[in-house]
Design a protein around this ligand. Structure first.
Ligand SMILES: [Zn+2]
Length: 78
């Protein structure tokens, strides 16, 4: 059985290299940051008069990050 040059695993027809935890962690952090930023941006768009309290900004950032992580997982693990 041939071995994969990258991960040294068995090189079958359906072989896919296991993703390194560090790369996965970096992707999750990146998508969380992007989602949090989008959440912040959405609230800022609706908050033209500056009346939305900081706690609502905070919640939308957390929600955006959570949604982004969920989307990331859904895309990566179909
Ligand atoms: Zn491989």
């Amino acid at each position: 059985m041939a071995t994969c040059p990258r991960c040294k695993g068995h090189l079958t027809d359906s072989h896919k290299c296991p993703r390194r935890p560090l790369v996965v962690a970096a992707e999750i952090i990146a998508s969380a940051l992007a989602g949090g930023f989008i959440g912040l941006l959405l609230v800022a768009i609706f908050d033209r008069t500056g009346q939305i309290p900081d706690t609502d900004y905070f919640i939308s950032v957390i929600a955006g990050a959570g949604i982004a992580i969920a989307l990331h997982r859904a895309v990566r693990n179909p």
